[in-house]
Ligand binder design. Structure first.
Ligand SMILES: Nc1ncnc2c1ncn2[C@@H]1O[C@H](COP(=O)(O)OP(=O)(O)OP(=O)(O)O)[C@@H](O)[C@H]1O
Ligand SMILES: [Mg+2]
Length: 234
């Protein structure tokens, strides 16, 4: 059987705020196979971004284990995390985190540079499909929110990662552009067998994924996709 790309076992995450400890994830189990896609939904503050930050290694777990491609990350230090991120991971951050001194092309090429790869046909395809080919020489700080979001998506996929973590990647787009981006994201992921964890508040966007998990009170619940619940009777 294929081994999972991501496994969380009894994962707990607490933040200490003054004298109070705030438990965001509580004894959570999760696994994602290569090429699989899930939508992660949940109320604001339920811990969706925290969960992505843990999988990307930006936040440590308070207790429990995170395995990536079967390897326990408990002993990983900066070099292992860096290698995993630049070789295997693409992240679309909720706040984009584009590199503002750089232009669009330099931002998108950033993960390629880390892998010592040149700009290639795949990048041309990506920027064409995202409708940002005309913006390559612009400074990212001069772009609209929706344009920046598309640059962030291109940057996350430029090196064809095995895992894409996307935190509300359509949050700054109108509904039509949002659905187009979702269509593209899933096509691109299918082409490269990229697994996706997509944080979204939109059930329409969630519907592009193969499954949905809902985060509530620190626990993950399997939830129906929009199209699966359409025929439920109440
Ligand atoms: N670095 C941090 N220090 C302290 N508390 C934090 C930190 N990061 C997140 N939290 C807390 O953890 C909880 C979950 O935050 P998180 O950003 O993961 O929520 P979210 O589900 O992504 O919400 P949204 O939909 O608004 O983006 C919140 O109560 C938040 O205040
Ligand atoms: Mg968030």
């Amino acid at each position: 059987m294929e081994s999972p790309l991501v496994v969380l076992k009894h994962a707990t995450k607490s933040f200490v705020d003054g004298k109070e400890t705030h438990r965001v994830l509580n004894d959570l189990d999760f696994s994602l196979l290569p090429g699989a896609s899930i939508a992660l939904t949940g109320a604001s503050g339920s811990g969706k971004s925290t969960l992505l930050n843990i999988i990307a290694g930006f936040e440590p777990l308070t207790s429990g284990a995170l395995l990536l491609s079967g390897r326990n990350t408990a002993t990983w230090k900066d070099p292992q995390w860096s290698r995993f991120r630049y070789q295997q991971l693409g992240v679309v951050f909720q706040q984009f985190n584009l590199l503002t001194p750089l232009n669009v092309k330099q931002n998108i090429a950033f993960p390629l540079n880390l892998n010592q790869q040149p700009w290639n046909d795949w990048c041309d395809h990506l920027v064409g499909a995202l409708g940002i080919s005309q913006l390559l020489s612009r400074h990212v700080s001069s772009l609209s929110g929706g344009q920046q979001q598309r640059v962030a998506i291109a940057r996350a996929l430029a090196h064809q990662p095995q895992l894409l973590l996307a935190d509300e990647p359509t949050g700054n787009l109108d509904q039509k552009a949002g659905l187009e981006v979702m269509q593209l994201l899933t096509e691109i992921a299918n082409q490269g067998n990229t697994a996706i964890i997509l944080v979204t508040h939109s059930l329409e966007c969630a519907d592009f994924m193969q499954a949905r998990c809902h985060l509530q009170n620190g626990h993950l619940f399997t939830a129906p996709l929009n199209h699966e619940s359409q025929h439920e009777s109440y």
